[in-house]
Design a protein around this ligand. Structure first.
Ligand SMILES: Cc1cc2nc3c(=O)[nH]c(=O)nc-3n(C[C@H](O)[C@H](O)[C@H](O)COP(=O)(O)OP(=O)(O)OC[C@H]3O[C@@H](n4cnc5c(N)ncnc54)[C@H](O)[C@@H]3O)c2cc1C
Length: 182
């Protein structure tokens, strides 16, 4: 269940090219935008289907592979070689679903329970950049595991954060115009 909801950055709509319902830019198979082969849109802001007509998911591996693909495309352009279409290589999905429980789906097999959770843990740490980050995250996760620290974080207090003040003002003016009936 995905309760957070994802909307694309408003930057996509500013490009003046077709976007989908979530505001993602409908990119060409080489990840460029229509009529502008020199402009690429990748990651969460890009809307692209795979070879089976399925929408590519808004996950980090898609964004990472697209980033590398665009770098290669630019290098190919400089060497005057023809462009190739992007293909997402789905290495599988992992999720933790509680304390020492997880689900893992790889192309050839699936796992659930403790071993899926262990693979989630080690694969995430393995893909972190830098030895220091890996050690830090391992210590933090071990601490949370041992102390039963809650995973949820609530930001409360000051609303003087970028974007908050403007939306608060808008809410206030909307409720004022509702009250006055204007
Ligand atoms: C709560 C949550 C949990 C997630 N968990 C997972 C997970 O477990 N595994 C997974 O694979 N994926 C997960 N994702 C999805 C993953 O985070 C995204 O798919 C990935 O970050 C996409 O990378 P991106 O570079 O396209 O976009 P982002 O990482 O969102 O980077 C876009 C950047 O552009 C900046 N930006 C936006 N507009 C402008 C502008 N006008 N000017 C300048 N900068 C701008 C933003 O501030 C941001 O830094 C999760 C997403 C959310 C919201």
């Amino acid at each position: 269940m995905w309760a957070a909801g994802v909307a694309a950055s408003p930057l996509g709509r500013k490009l003046g090219v077709p976007v989908d319902r979530a505001g993602r830019v409908l990119v060409q198979p080489d990840l460029s935008i229509p009529d502008h082969p020199e402009v690429f849109v990748i990651g969460d802001l890009a809307s692209l289907q795979d070879e089976h007509g399925k929408m590519l998911p808004g996950v980090a591996p898609v964004a990472l592979q697209q980033g590398k693909w665009v770098a290669k495309t630019i290098a190919r352009d400089l060497e005057h070689q023809p462009r190739r279409n992007f293909h997402y290589h789905d290495k599988g999905s992992l999720a933790t679903i509680g304390r020492a429980a997880g689900v893992a789906q790889f192309p050839k097999f699936s796992l659930s329970g403790y071993f899926a959770w262990l693979s989630w843990l080690f694969i995430h740490i393995f893909f972190l950049i830098g030895f220091r980050n890996r050690i830090l995250v391992m210590i933090q996760w071990a601490w949370s595991y041992l102390t039963y620290e809650r995973g949820a974080r609530l930001i409360t207090g000051s609303n003087e954060l970028p974007g908050w003040t403007a939306s608060k003002r808008q809410e206030e003016s909307e409720s004022a115009s509702l009250k006055t009936g204007t």
